[in-house]
Design a protein around this ligand. Structure first.
Ligand SMILES: [Zn+2]
Length: 600
């Protein structure tokens, strides 16, 4: 028995070590040249892609995304939008009603692997390619494409002529290699929202009528004039996407962040108030960048561009496309949110399809933190729990009974609303509540460690939670299992037993299914208070509290037990009130049973 155990122990130790050291990721280098015709909204292009197979597998196939093909009647995006019960208002049946010159498409004129013509099939937004020569582990191949594309009328994110009069919002605009990772290929069709791609370098040249100002991901390396055309050459290294926008009427302002990037702002002077807001935005964003660098890790790129374009707010490497005709608070909050996606998804390249909460939720949490610390004169967030509005949104949403777990693929939620609450709201609460479990100091320190360890990689939920476990010395698998993997709720209740011999018994019950550590605040008639802290046994550790707070650590609560009791001495002081979690950061769905007033 003992020997068996030892062998098992050694084997499992080895396999854990292997998993730990076996992280790999694909790499890609793009050289893209396009020639753009503003008269018919079409462009022809060439792409040379060097693809490095760093995986332990031999690849016989490769997949490309052809995102513009989504903007055609009867595409998956169109059919989904016409069948889901709560379609995105920007989409509805608009794709179905596009004319021939309004649809989007990518047509492949030629596709080669190292000079050999390849056979391929186009299925909607995915190009499936049979390789001429398999790519072996640690080998690479060069793919050459010639393509021809039409920019759709703007429906969602990319397209021409957005509602504010920006001519070209060029997101998801080139044939793009899908990601192959530890879970295999991610050739997901473009239905609503998922983006995930290999890390790489981009060298992009755009030839366009010289009346246009081009804003893009990366650094402008060269601008060359030839007859009526300008060729804009941008370089972006260590990114997983590339966006650009173009308009003849862009104003371009630049401002340098001390110890940070040069930030560009591209916007149209549509009105006096808009101009004022966009000028005022610039200093606030400089201040915000400095705060982000200290709080979430240092921004690693030399530039960032805030570009008026698109249909709301969408994040890209070193850039965002946002609509610009907004009040100042709205303009500032959307910009903060999108810039923070530089940390959550653009640098920590999580797979959005499966971990939308790790980019939307984390960006929302960081946005809330920034608004609370730097701009609370504008936003007036709750001083006890700055994220209170998100908690309330989650509680209100539960009344509809349409919740789905956060492990659902982004495009497979039954409603857009369930996706929104899972990724943005519950994702933000995930971090705020993690602060309640491990302490805020550990939370923020852990977020910086997560950034430094996983930047320019593809972390998943287990990579994140391991960082937090090491940071806090608390086991957190149960938390991720319940909060991410299920739709179970948190609900605890407090009651008291009659006072006997100057001792009052406090009885707690777990009404909801999710176990949580509890902080019981007992206030006394003399206005003093105590915190009674009850860790879970499965945490195998305890929270580190601020040393100024008077905390009594009680014995562990075994989660299988629905009840827990402890006694408080009332000889010297009478109890005034008892409350479960006065920080309000534990998402207890029924707070009516959290509070008792004892002495009236
Ligand atoms: Zn977002």
């Amino acid at each position: 028995m003992h020997k068996k155990f030892s062998i098992f122990f050694i084997l499992s130790f080895l396999s854990i070590n292997l998993i730990g050291s076996s992280y790999w990721q694909q790499k890609v280098k793009y050289k893209i040249n396009i020639s753009f015709d503003v008269n018919n909204n079409q462009f022809s292009g060439t792409e040379e892609i060097i693809y490095y197979n760093n995986s332990p597998d031999t690849l016989n196939k490769i997949f490309f995304h052809l995102y513009f093909n989504a903007f055609q009647p009867n595409s998956m995006m169109d059919i989904r939008s016409r069948n889901i019960i709560d379609p995105d208002r920007r989409v509805m049946d608009r794709i179905y009603n596009l004319d021939k010159d309004e649809i989007g498409y990518h047509r492949i004129k030629s596709l080669k692997q190292d000079e050999n013509n390849l056979t391929y099939v186009i299925e909607g937004t995915i190009l499936e390619v049979e390789l001429f020569e398999p790519i072996r582990p640690n080998d690479s191949s060069i793919f050459s494409l010639e393509f021809y594309s039409q920019v759709p009328k703007q429906i969602r994110r990319s397209g021409r002529n957005n509602k504010e009069g920006i001519e070209y919002s060029m997101a998801q605009w080139f044939p793009k290699i899908a990601e192959y990772d530890r879970q295999g290929w991610h050739a997901h069709p473009y239905i609503a929202r998922e983006f995930y791609a290999p890390w790489g370098n981009f060298d992009v040249s755009i030839s366009i009528n010289k009346k246009y100002v081009v804003a893009a991901t990366g650094v402008l390396k060269n601008l060359e004039e030839y007859k009526n055309y300008n060729t804009w050459n941008f370089i972006a290294n260590n990114v997983h996407d590339f966006v650009w926008a173009a308009d003849p009427d862009y104003t371009h302002d630049k401002i340098q962040v001390p110890n940070g990037p040069l930030v560009s702002f591209y916007y149209q002077n549509n009105s006096e108030s808009m101009n004022e807001n966009w000028k005022k935005l610039q200093n606030s964003i400089v201040e915000a960048f400095q705060f982000f660098n200290i709080t979430f890790g240092k921004y690693p790129y030399p530039v960032y561009s805030v570009i008026q374009a698109g249909d709301g707010g969408m994040e890209y490497p070193m850039a965002t496309l946002i609509t610009g005709e907004r009040s100042f608070p709205s303009l500032l909050s959307v910009t903060i949110h999108e810039v923070l996606h530089s940390w959550y998804q653009m640098i920590l390249g999580t797979n959005e399809s499966y971990f939308a909460w790790m980019d939307e939720g984390f960006a929302s949490f960081a946005q809330n933190r920034t608004q609370f610390i730097l701009f609370n004169d504008i936003y007036k967030l709750d001083s006890v729990n700055s994220l209170k509005n998100s908690y309330q949104r989650y509680f209100k949403f539960l009344e509809k009974d349409i919740e789905e777990p956060l492990t659902t693929h982004s495009d497979h939620f039954s409603t857009n609303e369930a996706y929104g609450v899972a990724s943005y709201t519950k994702g933000a609460i995930f971090l705020s509540q993690l602060g309640y479990i491990i302490g805020n100091e550990n939370l923020f320190s852990g977020l910086r460690t997560y950034f430094n360890k996983w930047k320019f990689k593809h972390p998943d939920k287990y990579d994140f939670i391991r960082i937090m476990e090491k940071q806090s010395e608390i086991e957190l698998d149960w938390y991720i299992d319940y909060w991410i993997g299920t739709t179970h709720k948190i609900d605890y209740a407090v009651s008291v037993n009659d006072e006997k011999n100057n001792l009052i018994q406090i009885d707690l019950s777990r009404v909801g299914k999710i176990p949580m550590p509890l902080e019981i605040v007992v206030k006394y008639s003399d206005e003093t208070k105590d915190i009674f802290y009850i860790p879970l046994s499965i945490m195998r550790g305890i929270k580190s509290f601020d040393s100024k707070i008077n905390v009594h650590v009680l014995s562990d609560w075994n989660w299988v037990n629905p009840k827990y009791s402890f006694k408080v001495d009332t000889k010297k002081r009478k109890i005034y009130s008892i409350e479960i979690d006065s920080s309000m950061k534990m998402a207890d769905v029924d707070r009516s049973n959290n509070y008792l007033l004892i002495e009236k």
